[in-house]
Design a protein around this ligand. Sequence first.
Ligand SMILES: [Zn+2]
Length: 281
Amino acid sequence: MNPAVRNALSVDVEEYYHAVVFREATQGISAHSFASRVEESVERVLALFARHEVRATFFILGEVAAAQPALIQKIAAEGHEVACHGDRHELVWHQTAQEFRADINRAKGLLEDITGQAVIGYRAPNFSIGRAQGWAYDILLEEGFRYDSSIYPILHDRYGHPGAPRFPYEIRRNGHGGLIEFPIGTARFWGVNLPFGGGGYFRLLPLALIRYGIRRVNAHEGQPIMFYFHPWELDPDQPRPPMSWHHHFRHYVGLRREAAKLSRLLQHFRFSTARDILGIQ
Ligand SMILES: [Zn+2]
């Protein structure tokens, strides 16, 4: 452990049925037929963070904020950073520039009205800012965002920018100022970026390996990791509609072990909000 380096801890606040794999697997079933479970699962996350006395960045979906304003106020009141995960979990590469602007503007305005605090961080649903969506960074700046955390510098079948920088850097500057990109955490082995930043990989890989990777980045490179997970990953009792083996594995693997695994991770490394690590006032 390198006590000098703090890592960024983040939570993408959405319902289990917003997850892209779940949505894809249950196509044709309306989201309205699934019961909301986000409140209970966020409460689990807040209790975990309180136990470890750690603050995190919550990238919150506008749709969830509209349904659960008191929950969002509680997140802010407990000292966490409230940031934006878009409005309805529509993937950026399925939106026009105008639709994207309307989506983030609505979600940001709602989160700011609820918390009374400026929202400056954004994470795209499923990291969906591809190479063809560079316009999104200009729009984020124009809409008052200061940082983005939507790039996962790995090779992946759905998202990923394997050659992108691995640590925070200015991805765009225009008349509205500079936008920092805080990529999801990777460790580099044998010239390849491996995923150590959370999500399904965290559920799948042994904790000892994840710890080794983060320690290596903190100690040898002197850099922070951006780590993320979802509240629904702490909810093993969520509905399990029929789906293909492949979808089932990707969505449900490791849910029962997730809480204990996160708890052990939080014991081993120092974490804080993205805003804090980036030093944005
Ligand atoms: Zn999401």
